[in-house]
Design a protein around this ligand. Structure first.
Ligand SMILES: [Zn+2]
Length: 259
C-alpha cells in the first residue's frame, strides 16, 4: 500500500516547499484536484518533487445523470481534456463522482444515463492509460433527488455494468452507515483506491482520522485492507477549511507507516 494525499486538503495555494514537505512526510503520491485554479501547475510541481500523480476529475455542475444532451457531451469533452492532461504524466488513476437524478421518481431511467456516460469515460481513460475509479456517495436524505450511488449495492451494480474499479471514501461510507469491513470484502479486487477521513457520521466533514466518531484510525483501516489483500493507495482527503498542511502532516494518523 502507499500513502497519498489529496491536494484538495491543502487549499488553492501551493508552493514547491509544500510539495517537498508532503514528500518528506512519507507520501508517495498526490491526487490533484482538477477544480483548483492551479491544477495544471500542481501536476508539474508534483512531478518535479518526485510524487506520483492521480486526478480527482471535475464534477461541480457536471451531473452524470443530466437529462440535457449538451451538458452530457460537455462532460465528456472536459473529462477527456483532463484525462489527456493526466496521460501526459504517464497516467495513473482518475476518480469520478456520481450523478444525481433530478427527482427520485426518475431514478431507474437516469441510472441508464450514468452507466452509458461512465462507459464512454472509461473508454477515454483506457486510451490515456488511466484507470477510472468511481466513488461511493452519500444519499439525499430528503429523497427528492436520487444520488448515484446511494447504497453499496447500487454502487457495485454500476461498477460491474461499466467494468469500472472503485474508490472507496471511508467518510461517505460512515455517513451512509455501512460497515467498512463488509464493504471492503464485498468490493474485493474491484477496490483500487481509498479516500480516508473521519466525521460525525452525520455530515461529510473530512476530519483527520480519529477526530470524528468512526473509531477507524489508520491502524484499524490498514488491518481491514491487509486482511483483504488490498495493495493500492490510501489517500488522506482532509478538510482544508478545518486544518492547515502542517497540522495534517504532524497528525498521529498521518505518521503511521503505510506498507
Ligand atoms: Zn472522496
Amino acid at each position: 500500500m502507499e500513502k497519498w494525499l489529496s491536494l484538495w486538503s491543502i487549499g488553492q495555494s501551493k508552493t514547491k516547499e509544500d510539495m517537498k514537505a508532503i514528500k518528506n512526510a512519507g507520501f508517495e503520491g498526490v491526487e490533484i484536484w482538477a477544480e483548483h485554479k492551479s491544477a495544471k501547475e500542481d501536476l508539474k510541481l508534483a512531478e518535479q518533487c518526485g510524487l506520483k500523480v492521480g486526478l480527482h476529475l471535475p464534477f461541480h455542475d457536471l451531473n452524470l445523470a443530466t437529462p440535457y444532451e449538451k451538458v452530457g457531451s460537455f462532460i465528456l469533452d472536459i473529462t477527456r481534456h483532463w484525462l489527456e492532461e493526466l496521460g501526459k504524466y504517464g497516467g495513473g488513476h482518475a476518480v469520478i463522482h456520481g450523478g444525481s437524478a433530478w427527482a427520485s421518481e426518475n431514478k431507474d431511467e437516469d441510472r441508464l444515463k450514468v452507466i452509458e456516460r461512465l462507459k464512454r469515460i472509461r473508454e477515454i481513460a483506457i486510451e490515456q492509460k488511466v484507470e477510472l475509479l468511481f466513488e461511493n456517495q452519500i444519499p439525499d436524505s430528503l429523497n427528492y433527488m436520487h444520488i448515484y450511488p446511494s447504497s453499496v449495492e447500487e454502487w457495485l451494480n454500476i461498477l460491474i455494468q461499466t467494468d469500472t474499479t472503485a474508490c472507496l471514501d471511508t467518510g461517505h461510507l460512515a455517513v451512509l452507515g455501512a460497515s467498512l469491513d463488509e464493504t471492503v470484502k464485498t468490493l474485493g479486487n474491484r477496490l483500487a483506491s481509498v479516500h480516508f477521513s473521519d466525521n460525525d457520521a452525520k455530515g461529510d466533514l473530512h476530519q483527520l482520522p480519529g477526530d470524528g466518531v468512526s473509531k477507524v484510525g489508520t491502524e484499524e483501516l490498514l488491518k481491514i485492507l491487509h486482511k483483504n489483500n488490498y495493495k493500492g493507495p490510501v489517500v488522506f482527503e482532509i478538510n482544508p477549511y478545518t486544518y492547515s498542511l502542517s497540522e495534517i502532516l504532524l497528525h498521529s494518523s498521518v505518521k503511521v507507516e503505510i506498507e
